[in-house]
Design a protein around this ligand. Structure first.
Ligand SMILES: NC(=O)c1ccc[n+]([C@@H]2O[C@H](COP(=O)([O-])OP(=O)(O)OC[C@H]3O[C@@H](n4cnc5c(N)ncnc54)[C@H](OP(=O)(O)O)[C@@H]3O)[C@@H](O)[C@H]2O)c1
Length: 315
């Protein structure tokens, strides 16, 4: 087994890619808004940052790179992605080309974890990672949104060059457990692969901050998707709050602790400095078997399908 020194929670920056006109989250964030987020996180030891060229076509990477500029490179870890649908052409250096842009925007000469964002073409894109690992531009390789067969196939391709996948990044939350049901989380545990769970809070739906009277921003992609199901999840958010109250924790902290208890490393989308102590709190929470069973029953009763439009089923 490899011993990896990585935080129990990674921080996600998809929302940082929103521009005044391109609204996935509906809360446009400037560098001035985000500076206290980065400084607070770094001070709290939350040093693993997940981004992608796809988040605002480099907007998220640029903001992150600028805000981390004054920190020593060995004090934080960067995770960014190759998105096949954004490749400029069809050559054998598309991954290298997209990585080059990310390195520039992030002010660095290496990425700690580089991902193939989705399994658009495992045979075509996976081998392009090999020279990038060999040259040291990528320290660890990950695959995202891949099902078990695709993870195994990517590992086989890399294995021929003596490289192993060391991270998987899939959607996982109380409302979306497909990677657990498909055996992917178990497979990762058995093969020394860190399973990174994204959208653990379902973009705010499970944060406890939103309800029928206080919906998510209407003019955003997340509002369009999640506002319709707010009535269905109210019992679940009440359950999260109730369990949290016994440990002086919020609904968001309990939902995050749930993902940790299931053996994953959550990537929490961080938009406000006040959330940083909350991530630290989530890492320290203890959920009992009874708490977990109760939350899973409430989630099942909510009967909502939160599969992202970009995701394929995992089975
Ligand atoms: N590989 C992929 O295909 C993929 C897909 C999706 C996401 N991701 C990665 O995973 C990350 C996480 O996903 P996400 O950002 O979409 O959604 P998320 O983590 O489920 O939710 C983020 C939202 O939850 C709220 N929040 C965060 N911390 C909170 C706290 N402590 N207390 C209360 N509310 C809190 C914030 O809402 P407000 O801003 O409204 O306060 C924030 O915008 C992304 O940023 C990205 O890095 C990867």
């Amino acid at each position: 087994m490899t011993t990896r020194h990585e935080p129990k929670i990674a921080l996600g920056t998809w929302a940082w890619g929103d521009t005044p006109t391109g609204q996935v989250f509906g809360n446009y964030l400037t560098a001035a808004d985000l500076k206290p987020v980065v400084d607070g996180a770094m001070a709290a030891g939350l040093t693993l940052w997940d981004t992608a060229y796809a988040y605002g076509s480099g907007e998220s990477e640029s903001k992150l790179g600028a805000l981390l500029k004054d920190y020593p490179r060995d004090s934080y870890q960067l995770s960014t992605k190759f998105t096949p649908q954004m490749a400029a052409g069809d050559s054998d250096h598309e991954v290298a080309d997209m990585l080059a842009g990310s390195l520039k925007r992030l002010n660095t000469d290496f990425i700690d974890i580089y991902w193939i964002h989705n399994p658009a073409d495992v045979e075509k894109w996976t081998p392009q990672l090999i020279p990038l690992v060999k040259s040291g531009k990528i320290k660890r390789v990950g695959v995202s949104n891949h099902n078990l067969a695709q993870i195994k196939r990517a590992n086989e391709i890399l294995g021929e060059a003596g490289i192993q996948i060391s991270a998987v990044q899939n959607h996982f939350s109380l409302l979306y457990r497909s990677s657990e049901e498909a055996g992917i989380i178990d497979y990762c545990r058995e093969h020394d692969i860190t399973f990174f769970a994204y959208m653990v809070l379902e973009q705010g739906l499970l944060s406890g901050r939103y309800d029928v009277d206080h919906p998510l921003p209407a003019d955003s992609m997340r509002g369009n998707i999640y506002n319709a199901v707010l009535p269905q999840v109210s019992a679940l958010t009440a359950g999260l709050r109730e369990i949290g109250a016994t440990q002086n924790a919020s609904a968001a902290e309990v939902a995050t602790a749930y993902a940790i208890a299931k053996g994953t490393t959550p990537i929490i989308g961080v938009t406000k400095a006040k959330y940083i102590p909350s991530e630290a709190k989530a890492m320290a929470l203890n959920l009992s078997v009874t708490d977990i069973a109760k939350l899973e029953a409430l989630a099942q009763a909510a009967n909502v399908d939160t599969k992202g439009s970009w995701e394929a089923p995992m089975d």
